[in-house]
Design a protein around this ligand. Structure first.
Ligand code: ADP
Length: 225
């Protein structure tokens, strides 16, 4: 679905990582770990085509990113749901409208998708909070709303950047369960996190591959987590 071929990225100085050869296979579940500042968000941005690799190439759904024009990239991105670290809500719109926003701005079958909106809001446990504004929500509620917005267009791939960064342990388990549930429905999942306890907890629910960014490389982490 998403493929890296000898890919690397640098913001101008030393490369954060290079010579990455990796494929996110359909239905796979990956964690991406490493300390803050090591390049996890950057890696996710490469996965959804927000950034182009500065070496090698990335392929999204069989298409070389460098060959896609703006419209083609926008279209390809509809198959990728992103849970941003800071959620990125429009604060003047109720959370329900924020979650439904991707429908409003897409050319997909809006009616069919909209029918799913209430169901999706219930799935993340926000029915009672649907009319609240984003600043009125707790950290956990915001993260669940961000997850709902990421999946509303039924993407094949879901990328989550530190989805449990600002929530307590119980809520992080709840978010993890939602992501595992999505994976069981066939979605490909990648979660960037520095929280090794979360990864350990996930291993009882799902067969996940753990990638670690270290020393400019992305390596499979062993059993030493
Ligand atoms: P992580 O997600 O692991 O915390 P990031 O991918 O956010 O790491 O950042 C990796 C490094 O790249 C950090 O040192 C960060 O300061 C730097 N960085 C991130 N974004 C930019 C940018 N737009 N321009 C220059 N440097 C950046």
């Amino acid at each position: 679905m998403i493929e890296f071929e000898s890919a690397g990225y640098s913001y101008g100085g030393q490369a954060l990582f290079s010579q990455v050869n990796l494929e996110l296979a359909p239905g796979s579940f990956h964690f991406l770990t490493g300390p803050s500042g090591v390049g996890k968000s950057t890696f996710l941005k490469l996965c959804y085509g927000e950034l182009h690799p500065t070496e090698g190439r990335t392929t999204l759904f069989g298409q070389d990113l460098s060959t896609l024009n703006r419209d083609e990239l926008a279209h390809t991105r509809q198959s990728i749901g992103v849970v941003h670290q800071d959620c990125q809500f429009l604060d003047h719109l109720p959370i329900e409208e924020n979650i439904g926003l991707p429908i409003a701005i897409s050319s997909k079958d809006a009616l069919g998708e909209k029918a799913n909106l209430q169901e999706l809001i219930a799935w993340v446990g926000l029915t009672e909070r649907a009319h609240a504004l984003p600043p009125q929500l707790s950290g956990g509620e915001r993260q669940r709303a961000a997850l709902a917005r990421a999946v509303i267009m039924s993407p094949d791939v879901i990328l989550a950047d530190e989805p449990t960064g600002n929530v307590d342990w119980e809520m992080s388990q709840k978010l993890l369960r939602l992501l595992v549930e999505l994976n069981r429905m066939g979605k490909t999942i990648m979660i960037a996190t520095h929280d090794l306890a979360l990864i350990r907890a996930a291993k009882t629910h799902v067969q996940a591959r753990v990638l670690r960014i270290a020393n400019g490389q992305i390596q499979s982490a062993g059993a030493d987590l």
